[in-house]
Design a protein around this ligand. Sequence first.
Ligand code: SAH
Ligand code: SF4
Length: 421
Amino acid sequence: MIELKKYHLWVLGCQMNKSDGERIAGVLQSCGLKPTLKEAEADLLVVVACSVRQAAIDRIYGKARQWEKRRGSGKLSTILTGCVLDLDKNKMREFFDLIIPIKDIKRLPDFLEKKANLDLAAASYLKLPPRYGSKFQAYVPILTGCNNYCSYCVVPYVRGREISRPAKEVMAECQWLLQNGYKEITLIGQNVNSYQSGRYDFPELLEEIDSLKGNFWLRFATSHPKDLSDELIEAMARGKHLTPHLHLPIQSGDKKILQAMNRHYTPGQYLKLVAKVKQRIPGLMISTDVIVGYPGETKSQFNNTAKIMRQVLFDMVYINKYSPRGGTAAAKLADNVSWREKKRREKVLNGILKRTALERNKKLINKTVRVLVDGWKQGDCFGKSDTFKTVVFSGDQKMIGKFVAVKIISAGSWGLKGELV
Ligand code: SAH
Ligand code: SF4
């Protein structure tokens, strides 16, 4: 084993992976390793992989070939963790010195032949103290894994069954964050709505965190439409710290495709749900995920997705081209929508989004919004509004990490420009 001093973390994929990366950083730093943002400076490279789409896996193969020379000459050790299918694990073995499931990261010090300045007896890896990537924004995992088995999705296979984190632990992490001046807490899980720990379901957990003292925003992701309860809507509406933003993945606007995807709701039910939440929470912003080119998706079925996008007027849509994932139910079906056609469908939806997002953003002109500043460049402050809109305005670097009031003066599809009030 080479003497390890500096590590570089390469995280692909979702918020959950980012949060896992923070726990890995916690373990590595407790072993005396220092982080570096420059891969070339590192003698340890840790990859937190994402298997949701093939593209991320391809990127790892691409990079692995580049680092093989340094690894071959004994200057680099490599570790792979995160979401990886067994199939990919076998193919990637030659590029990594260690492939380790995320729930076993407390074994890292043994592998590194280091002593950790940390209590590693924790039963769950989520108990390991994270090294947060920010001093004012934090992801707090409340649940890992997923039991939903949407036909296209690899998550239940790579993350396993749903496990809720004890409410006491979640509360303790949130309390610590608030005592240390954090301004934004995002509770994360593949389907936060199915959280259950002792007497706490998700709305009750939200209410409990919302009642904590402090000047902060409380966000969460992701909600499955089939499980979005009236109690959750009430908790969102009543919460002092909860923000008026809901990420509610629709995936398709076609009844038959939704059924084939095993999503357990119809387009009609989704529309009713959106109307109900919007009525209870005025000014609510809604974002969603969509998949185009699911096996067998006809043009008219795709048009139903385009239609529902025009109806809902989403604020943001993450559009994904379907890619078959080994082991999932959909992988057994012919991936029969061509790449070109998937790209065309993506472009059509992007065109709709550009118009609806602009229409929605224009409604904020002349309104004053609260913004948490998270960046600064050449006299411009950047941040997100409570409704999760990107806002730019002239300001001071010292405003980073602070809430400010900004009057919106102009709007584009992807963001807003404003003036400090
Ligand atoms: N738990 C979340 C999403 C997890 S994956 C939910 O229930 O919505 C994030 C997004 O990736 C999904 O919403 C879906 O739109 C997309 N996705 C998942 N599997 C995919 C696949 N095989 N091909 C293309 N997109 C996929
Ligand atoms: Fe995947 Fe469906 Fe679970 Fe989301 S709810 S992680 S899309 S299986």
